[in-house]
Design a protein around this ligand. Structure first.
Ligand code: ITT
Length: 187
């Protein structure tokens, strides 16, 4: 089936994220075009309203349909921290200090979540979410991926070790984008 959108502008300043999105959407026959403009972003305890707000603001500003991805790492022993504050934690603490916070924790359970928001100008944004469960490793491993990938252990190997091709088949981002493409096929 021909996708309703053959090209779509994806608003993100994160090169690692965009490279995964481009790859995943290409497999669904959609070309993603990056816009790294800085549009307003709100703070909230959930990713959905953050992604929805940014998508609506960007769609209004650019006057074209846009997508936004807001993602985070949720660590069970830290009550979901850093979650929606992941960017701040990655920038200001980094992986070594996240590992230090987890030093004496036996409960290593964590999940990544992505919320994709899609918005057409003048319409309300739609959101599609995906998660993947794993564990916080005891040290950084692997130099693939970006952000928290080297400390996110998926069945014994980190996303940093597993590499983009594998990650893109099972990731939180893949699962969220699959929901978007499913929706889009029905349009
Ligand atoms: P944009 O908002 O411009 O898209 P960002 O880097 O601010 O880029 P997020 O708020 O969604 O994106 O990401 C929060 C943090 O989580 C950030 O430091 C990312 O590098 C990291 N992150 C997001 N997705 C990730 C993934 O798949 N693997 C590892 N880290 C990830």
């Amino acid at each position: 089936m021909t996708p309703a959108f053959e090209k779509i502008v994806f608003v993100t300043g994160n090169a690692g994220k965009f490279s995964e999105i481009k790859e995943i959407l290409a497999s669904a026959g959609i070309e993603a075009i990056q816009d790294n403009g800085d549009y307003p972003e709100i703070q909230a305890d959930d990713l959905e309203p953050i992604a929805a707000y940014s998508a609506k603001a960007a769609a209004k500003y650019l006057n074209i349909p846009v997508m936004v991805d807001d993602s985070g790492l949720f660590i069970q022993a830290l009550n979901g921290f850093p979650g929606p504050y992941s960017r701040f934690v990655e920038d200001h603490l980094g992986n070594p200090r996240v590992l230090r916070l987890m030093e004496n924790e036996t409960n290593r359970a964590a999940y990544f979540k992505t919320v994709i928001a899609f918005c057409e100008p003048g319409k309300e944004p739609l959101t599609f979410s995906g998660t993947v469960e794993g564990k916080i490793a005891f040290e950084e491993r692997g130099d693939g991926g970006f952000g928290f990938d080297p400390i996110f252990d998926y069945n014994g190997q980190t996303f940093g070790e597993l590499g983009a091709e594998f990650k893109n088949k099972i990731s939180h981002r893949r699962r969220a984008l699959d929901k978007f493409t499913e929706w889009m096929k029905k349009q």
